[in-house]
Ligand binder design. Structure first.
Ligand SMILES: [Fe+2]
Length: 197
């Protein structure tokens, strides 16, 4: 007798550690902190600001205005490494923005409309930083109360964050902080969306 379990419909999330090194991280942080177009963002309604409505292509701006001049190309390359894994055609960045969270903020659960793949690069985190929390897109996982937790009944899944870590995911996959309150002062990220090239 042979017994085995197949995982039939997994959702791929790509994590790239050290996407930028410590020095590059500092360069980009300094640039972002100097931008004056960060505004209130409905996705992070309290104690946070974002360039979402101001600089709509922060990845390109970082390439232009910092020593990390290959940042746009590097990000596009990583995006397409992931696109290949999930069977998407060649993608291009469509918009990107920076966001800064202060203590007491939280990220409302959301998806990224009008985008194929989204990503978030962590620039300033701490040991206290909340994980990035994804919701299980399979509604049936919630129907029967499980007696023990397995990968087949998780309603959420968490990705720890860290400086220089890039996380890419399908734009339809709901995510947020699950109402966990941010304890990192100046938690800073760059996020991006993409479309078919
Ligand atoms: Fe997001």
């Amino acid at each position: 007798m042979q017994i085995y379990v197949e995982s039939l419909f997994p959702t791929g999330v790509m994590i790239i550690d050290n996407f930028i090194d410590e020095h590059e991280c500092d360069e980009i942080l300094t640039y972002i902190r100097g931008l004056d177009m960060h505004q209130k963002d409905d996705t992070v309604p309290v104690n946070a600001k974002s360039s979402f409505d101001g600089v709509t292509d922060i990845v390109k701006e970082v390439s232009k205005h910092t020593a990390v001049d290959d940042f746009y190309d590097r990000t596009t390359f990583a995006l397409n490494e992931y696109a290949n894994v999930i069977g998407q055609p060649e993608l291009k960045l469509s918009n990107s923005w920076s966001h800064i969270q202060y203590e007491g903020s939280y990220v409302v659960d959301h998806t990224h409309p009008n985008s194929k793949v989204s990503g978030v690069l962590y620039l300033n985190t701490s040991k206290e930083s909340n994980n990035l929390i994804f919701k299980n897109p399979n509604p049936y996982c919630k129907i029967d109360a499980p007696v023990n937790g397995t990968e087949f009944n998780f309603t959420i899944n968490e990705i720890p964050v860290g400086n220089g870590r890039l996380v890419m995911f399908p734009s339809w996959l709901e995510h947020g902080s699950n109402y966990n309150i941010n304890k990192t002062q100046g938690r800073t990220m760059i996020s991006f969306n993409s479309l078919v090239k």
